[in-house]
Design a protein around this ligand. Structure first.
Ligand code: ZN
Ligand code: ZN
Length: 346
C-alpha cells in the first residue's frame, strides 16, 4: 500500500510502498476513505509523543470501509462503512467496564501507538468495541473530520461541560478544536465568546455560531474583557489551543462555580502551566480534562449531524492528496490555514 512515512522526527515525510496491514484476531483492516490532519499529528512528528516508534505513519481521524476482519470479530464485515474515535479501548479493563473507553488502561491510538491512516489501509484492534457504523448520509470527508477534534469537543461541551441554552461559553483558540466547540455549544443555544489572535479565524468562528469575538492580539487583558462582556464571567470555558497562556486565561474567565475544559493538548513546554488556583478555590471552579469520546457515545453526535443541527462539513478548509499532506504536515504549527484539512486521495 501507499503510505506517508517519516523515518526520523522532524524530518520530511515521503510516500512509500509498504506492506499491507493484517488484522489481529480481534481487529479489522480499514480501506481509508478519508483521514483528517490534526495538530497532534504535527506533535507526533516533532517527537513530542513517547509512544511513537520509527519509522512511522501518522493519521488518527479515520473514515472508510472494512476490508478484512480477524476471526474473533462478530459485529463487522467486509464492506461496512465505519469511523472510530482516536482513542481505542480494550473493552475489558476497569475503565472500559465503566463505559469510559476514552481513558482505557490499555488504549491504542492509530497514528501514535501503531501506524495510522495517512495510508491506503489501517489496522484497528478490538474492532467490536471501537468501530462506529457510519450513516449513509455522512460522507467520508465529513466523517473523518469528526474522529478527534470534533468528537472530543462534543464530549467536552455536552458530557463534561453540560452546557445548556442561555449559558455563556468561552472558547480560547479557533483552530479545529475551537471551531468544533463553538459550533456544538451554539447548537445547544449557548452564547459563545470566541477568542483568537487572527482576525480571519475569528470571522470564521462568527460564521459557525460565536456571537462575541475577542481578538487577543489587540486586547490587553483578555480575561478582564470577557468578565466585562459577560457581566461576571462565563459558565463554561474551553482551552481549545493547549498553551500556558490560553489555559490560564480560560480559568480566569470563569464565573463562580464555572467549568474549565482542557481540550487542547498540553505538550512540550506547556505540560505544567501555572493556573490561578486561588480563583479555583475561592470560586469553586471545576477543571476537567477531555480525552476523546468513546465509540458507544457517538450516536447522539451522529444524530445531530444527520438532523442538520451540527454541520461539521462547514469546518473543512480543504481536501488534499497524500503527497500534499506529506508536504503540509511539517508546517501545521504555523496556524496558517483556516478550517480542517482532510486527505481524501491516496
Ligand atoms: Zn487529532
Ligand atoms: Zn480498556
Amino acid at each position: 500500500m501507499r503510505a506517508a512515512v517519516y523515518e526520523k522526527f522532524a524530518q520530511p515525510l515521503t510516500i512509500q510502498d509498504v506492506p499491507d496491514p493484517v488484522p489481529e484476531k480481534n481487529g479489522v483492516v480499514i480501506r481509508v476513505g478519508a483521514t483528517g490532519m490534526c495538530r497532534s499529528d504535527w506533535h507526533g512528528w516533532m517527537g513530542h509523543d513517547p509512544c511513537i516508534r520509527l519509522p512511522h505513519v501518522p493519521g488518527h481521524e479515520i473514515a472508510g470501509v472494512v476490508e478484512e476482519t480477524g476471526r474473533e470479530v462478530s459485529r463487522w464485515k467486509k464492506g461496512d462503512r465505519v469511523t472510530l474515535p482516536f482513542v481505542c479501548g480494550c473493552g475489558a479493563c476497569p475503565q472500559c467496564a465503566s463505559g469510559n473507553h476514552q481513558v482505557c488502561d490499555r488504549q491504542s491510538q492509530p497514528g501514535f501507538t501503531h501506524w495510522g491512516s495517512f495510508a491506503q489501509y489501517v489496522a484497528i484492534d478490538y474492532a467490536d468495541v471501537n468501530l462506529v457504523q457510519l450513516p449513509e448520509d455522512i460522507d467520508f470527508v465529513t466523517a473523518a473530520s469528526l474522529g478527534c477534534r470534533f468528537s472530543t469537543s462534543f464530549r467536552a461541551i455536552v458530557a463534561q461541560g453540560k452546557v445548556s441554552a442561555g449559558q455563556w461559553v468561552a472558547v480560547h483558540g479557533c483552530g479545529g478544536v475551537g471551531l468544533s466547540a463553538i459550533m456544538i455549544a451554539s447548537a445547544l443555544r449557548a452564547n459563545v465568546v470566541a477568542i483568537d489572535i487572527q482576525r480571519e479565524k475569528l470571522d470564521f468562528a462568527g460564521s459557525v455560531g460565536a456571537s462575541v469575538l475577542v481578538n487577543a492580539g489587540e486586547v490587553e487583558d483578555v480575561a478582564g474583557a470577557i468578565l466585562d462582556i459577560t457581566k461576571g464571567g462565563v459558565h463554561v470555558s474551553v482551552d481549545a489551543l493547549g498553551s500556558s497562556n490560553t489555559c490560564f486565561n480560560s480559568i480566569a474567565t470563569l464565573r463562580k462555580r464555572g467549568k474549565h475544559l482542557q481540550v487542547g493538548l498540553m505538550l512540550a513546554e506547556h505540560r505544567h502551566p501555572p493556573i490561578p488556583m486561588d480563583k479555583v478555590i475561592a470560586n469553586e471552579l471545576e477543571i476537567l480534562g477531555c480525552h476523546g469520546m468513546q465509540a458507544h457515545e457517538y450516536g447522539a453526535m451522529l444524530d445531530m449531524v444527520c438532523e442538520g443541527k451540527l454541520r461539521p462539513e462547514k469546518l473543512i478548509g480543504k481536501t488534499i492528496g497524500l503527497e500534499e499532506a506529506a508536504r503540509e504536515l511539517p508546517d501545521m504549527n504555523r496556524f496558517g490555514s483556516v478550517g480542517v484539512i482532510v486527505i481524501n486521495e491516496f
